[in-house]
Each structure stands twice: as C-alpha cells, then as structure tokens.
Design a protein around this ligand. Sequence first.
Ligand SMILES: Nc1ncnc2c1ncn2[C@@H]1O[C@H](COP(=O)(O)OP(=O)(O)O)[C@@H](O)[C@H]1O
Ligand SMILES: [Mg+2]
Length: 273
Amino acid sequence: MDARDLPAALTSAPPLIVVRDLSKRYEMGSATQRAAGQGQIVQALRSVSLQIARGDFVAVMGASGSGKSTFMNILGCLDRPSSGSYQLDGQAVELLSADALAALRNRAIGFVFQQFNLLPRASALENVELPLLYAGVKPTQRRERALAALQRVGLGERTGHRPSELSGGQQQRVAIARALVNAPQLVLADEPTGALDSHTSAEIMHLLSSLNAEGVTIVLVTHEPDVAAWARRRLLFKDGTLDETGVRSQFPSDAEITSKNWNLTPINKDGAP
Ligand SMILES: Nc1ncnc2c1ncn2[C@@H]1O[C@H](COP(=O)(O)OP(=O)(O)O)[C@@H](O)[C@H]1O
Ligand SMILES: [Mg+2]
C-alpha cells in the first residue's frame, strides 16, 4: 500500500466532517440601511455539501473572493453558517452553545494562518503554550507539551526566541507547533505558505505531510498548484459553490511531486520527515 493511501481503519470510520447545504450571507451597509432592507447582500457560500474523511489531506483552491476563507472559518467553528448543517466528529455544531463551541474548537482543531499570528513579545515556547493555558493545563505540563511540540517541528533549540528573531519558515513552524499542542484531530491552514519562498514552502508542506501521515486530518487553502500537489484531494471553489469537477481523489505520483525540483524526498513509509 502507498504510505499516503488512507489507512483502512480510517476510511471505515464515520467522516470527521459532514457539511450539508452550507450557505453564508454577509449583509453589508449601515445598520439603518440593513433595517430598511437596503443593505447589500454578499452570498459568500451557496449550498456547499461535502464530507471529509478522518486522516484525509485536502487542498482548497479557488480565486480570491470565491469563499475559501468563509468555508474554513465555518469548519473551524470561528463563524456560523447562515443556513445548512455542519457535523464535526459526530457533533452537530449548530446545536452547541458558544461555550461548548469554544471548547470543541480548542480541543479538536488547530489553526495555521498565512501571517503566522504569533504574539510578538512572547517566546516561541510561550506562543505554543497559549492554547494549553486556555485549556487550563497546569504550568509544568504546559511547558513539557509545548517543548515536545516545538521539538516535533524541529525547533527544540529555539524555544526562547521571539518571533522577530526567527525566519518566516521558523515562525510558521512555531505556529504549527501551537496548532498541534492540544493534539487536535483537525488542522486548518489558510494559505500557510502564502508568505514563504518556494523552498521554505516545500519544507512546511513536508512537515504537514508527515503530520498527516501520523493521522492528523488537514484542510489547507492555497493558490499554488505546487502546494496543492501535496494533498490527497483537491476542492475548487467558484463564486461560493464547490466545483465537484475540481475534486481529485488520486494522490499525485511521487514523480509528479519530485518533478517540481524541490530536492526533497516525499514522505517515507513511516511518515517520518
Ligand atoms: N466579514 C465579511 N463581511 C462581508 N463580506 C465578506 C466578509 N468576509 C468575506 N466577505 C465576502 O465574501 C466573499 C468570499 O470571501 P472569502 O471567503 O474571504 O474568499 P476567499 O478566501 O476565497 O478569498 C467575498 O465576496 C468577500 O468580499
Ligand atoms: Mg481567503
């Protein structure tokens, strides 16, 4: 079996994400205009339905303004849909209170952003400890787990550095360590390589691939076909709709990946970097 085929145990499990007829409308304009029904409606998502299997690695593509971030924000429980349903790990998200939603988000989801979103005055270690602080984990354990996460991303020697003392790629590694520190089932990455050069991008994708090989489900937004090539499945958004012709369930061949001239070997059978 190819190391990147979905493990049978995972495919037979119920999907991690089930989305049905998801729509999102934004109403623009002043409160008065909106009250008078004169606000302008932006339909950011139109009746999107899909399932994402546990352990999958999905690239979300589409032109600027096509609804990618709106979709990711809903998957991440950062925003609610205007209509439709979303089940994460068997839980109907729309039925949860704000507190329960925040708890689910903190426990089950790790976020990675284009601009890293690290606290500038905090060290790498403190940045990674943050989600554990929110989760009420005790200081000694926080430190231990944050350190392990930083070691996992290859930054065990940089724990005291502040973001400004790290390269872009290293900052994104800190952000990935922060996303991982709660051992989430799902990592959502919105253009994680958008601010990085192509070599550093490939390193970050290599890291995400190895996490995926360890069982973390990854959904990532990208504009770059080279980055999308690391994913197992590609989704294409067009004007708020999911273009099913953009779905490709075939993982690209090793030749296809190495032909990009990245001088990196694709993940090995154990998924180790
Ligand atoms: N908070 C918001 N208020 C109003 N309109 C928004 C908001 N967020 C996104 N939109 C609009 O929704 C559409 C989809 O945006 P977005 O999901 O950010 O697209 P993408 O991430 O693919 O560039 C765009 O037309 C955008 O202008
Ligand atoms: Mg976006």
